[in-house]
Write a protein that binds this ligand. Sequence first.
Ligand code: ASP
Ligand code: MG
Length: 438
Amino acid sequence: MKVLKFGGTSVGSPENMRAVMEQVTDGEQKIIVLSAMSGTTNSLVEISNYLHKKNKDTARIFIGKLEDKYKQVVVDLFTSEENKKAGLKVVAKSFKTIKSFTSGKFGLVGENTILAQGEIISTNLVTFLMNENGYNTKLLPALDFMKIDEDKAADLPFIRDNIKPVLEKVGDADYYITQGFICKDADGDINNLQRGGSDYTASLIGAAIEADEIQIWTDIDGFHNNDPRFVEGTKKIEQLSFNEAAELAYFGAKILHPQTVLPARVGNIPVRLKNTMNPSDSGTLITAESDGMGIKAVAAKDGITAVKIRSARMLMAYGFLKNIFEIFEKFKTPIDMISTSEVAVSITIDNTQNLAAIKEELDKFGTVEIDDDMSIVCIVGDIIEEENGFAPKVFKALDGIPIRMISYGGSKYNISVLVPTINKKETLQSLSDNLLNS
Ligand code: ASP
Ligand code: MG
């Protein structure tokens, strides 16, 4: 069985929902994972923010607007009165849940419950739509099998044990539809796999049922070898290894949730990225093997802050890095890149929420310098084992770029450089001209 995931744009209007239906109904049994309609999760985040700020009146206005939008979707989506009624009932139920948080206390569980409604509505509506059109389709409630553990990591053994009974319970069908993104947590409360997490849902399900293939359908024809927003003439990549795709997904290429690759790699299940707007295109195929050596792609991740700690105490000492890293750990701030010299260490982070507190503690160890508005540019491929290495070619292509940090050798699939974001475009262009299109 295959698992297919369709993103927010793919279910973003009644017309697009119908297109998804046409796309999936080829007679082959499958599980279809859906996001919320595009814009919905953002609106629900906004509503939650107003509720956190105790601005209930504004929250109510936004809730009303969103509910009106959904009522219109239902009217446009279905032909039969019976389905219109059923659709409106689903919408009313979700909005009753959302509205219940406009009085009384509001906390994290409330927020996560609100955020879950987008996927709950979209999956119910598409299930009705497919049945209205004569396709035997059943809804699989994701909250009955999707789970994260105490560390907020996906609980694959639980998912594996629980999805089969749920499939059996809902009964035989040609098509199963389920919610992306949402899950239960270790306390049994509604939670989620973080923004963009529907891709991750699809690959967790794929791994749990040992699917033949996981397909991620979006509005672009796959990974490109460079960022089409900044560089002209980028090309779609036909094939990537799991390792290469993991690096690319993490660094910039917004097309795939970075954690998606992991469960697929564990189960050795091919992942294919497909374009809803151009379904006949083969997309990008991600498998265990790489289809050859060399540089496949470059990508950039913005919003990076570099933190440099310079200290004479680091010289020939041990335990210095441990002390530094512990501070970041204490403030739950992940580190992306590291480079060290004998007297200084530079680190990059993308979450600056606790930076002031981190700096205060780092100050005890030495002089701290902070640079923001930086970008990590990452060069991905099967790079290091090539006989003469790719580093010289990369460095030549970076001639004239003010590089702040370099990371090479951490994995054989990636060379990363840190540059000021104002120099990102020329960095990407130069890498493209010298490494990809030459
Ligand atoms: N609806 C969620 C979001 O917008 C999950 C997803 O679309 O992947 O982040
Ligand atoms: Mg997405």
